[in-house]
Design a binder for this molecule. Structure first.
Ligand code: AMP
Length: 283
């Protein structure tokens, strides 16, 4: 596996691969790999001829009181894991190469970013879309792989790609979970053993909502009450939001008619965790 730091060199290599007719697959990440990242990389490897993973903790998407400084990092381990998956290139740019002092261009998706994560993390998605567009221009992918775990991010990127006519296909990948249901996240390392145990209720609350839907509760107010009920039984959890939204527009729905998605965020100790779960009416 090649490890490339320089954006120009990465772009030259990618343009070369394109000229050779290779299908380029890309997995953008912030590193500190877990099985969620690896599943995206494996799928990318299976579906594309030439695969690139980027590892870049993008300062632009962190708020002033967020965890940029403490975000977990282990580049050597990440490179070893990516090589084991069979990824061709790891792109690991430095901050000064991505955002030199004269940098002044930003990308913004205006509506999908207003609520949910966008409300609690102002500026977050502007940072995400800006870096992802830069990475797309550098890596020139035909296919780019994103996790449903960050559901709003996935929808925001799909919107950007449509709106700006970017020639890349976004591939949505299912959330990979621990055996007890906790969605894998680099931020799970922040949890001490008690908090780790408590964090199980996030997934349990989604399961409880699915059960309630099966038993006939279709109104969002009732389903949200079920979720809050499960979460509030765990003292270590401080939920920030629980919303039931349309899977495409991310607008809140009053009731689940065919398909909706639950999106939630909660603090467990210092860690802020998010999760998602589809609610589907049986035909
Ligand atoms: P991150 O390094 O957290 O920015 O994540 C990089 C990519 O991996 C994003 O597309 C995430 O949505 C995806 N991802 C993170 N956690 C998971 C997970 N548990 N299952 C599937 N994909 C994930």
């Amino acid at each position: 596996m090649k490890v490339i730091k320089d954006p120009k060199e990465m772009q030259h290599l990618a343009l070369d691969a394109r000229r050779q007719g290779k299908i380029i697959g890309f997995v953008p990440t912030m590193g500190y790999f877990h099985s969620g990242h690896l599943s995206l990389m494996r799928r990318c490897r299976k579906e594309c001829d030439w695969t690139v993973v980027s590892i870049f903790v993008n300062p632009l998407q962190f708020g002033p009181r967020e965890d940029l400084e403490t975000y977990p990092r282990d580049l050597d381990r990440d490179l070893r894991l990516a090589a084991e998956v069979g990824i061709d290139v790891a792109f690991v740019p430095e901050e000064k190469a991505m955002y030199p002092p004269e940098y002044q261009t930003y990308v913004e998706v205006t509506q999908l970013t207003r609520g949910l994560e966008g409300f609690y993390r102002p500026g977050h998605f502007r940072g995400v879309t800006t870096v992802v567009l830069k990475l797309f221009n550098i890596v020139q992918p035909d296919f780019a792989y994103f996790g449903q775990k960050d559901y709003q991010q996935l929808k925001v990127i799909e919107r950007m790609v449509q709106d700006l006519n970017i020639p890349v296909r976004i591939v949505a990948c299912e959330t990979v979970r621990e055996p007890d249901g906790l969605a894998m996240s680099s931020r799970n390392v922040y949890l001490n053993p008690d908090e780790r145990r408590a964090a199980r209720v996030l997934y349990r609350s989604l399961e409880a909502a699915r059960e309630a839907l099966k038993s006939g509760t279709t109104c969002s107010a009732g389903l949200k009450a079920v979720i809050w009920g499960v979460l509030s039984r765990e003292q270590m959890i401080r939920p920030q939001y629980v919303e039931i939204v349309d899977p495409e527009t991310l607008e809140p729905v009053d009731r689940v008619e065919r398909r909706a998605v639950v999106l939630l965020a909660a603090f467990v100790g210092q860690a802020r965790l998010i999760d998602e779960g589809f609610l589907e009416m049986e035909p």
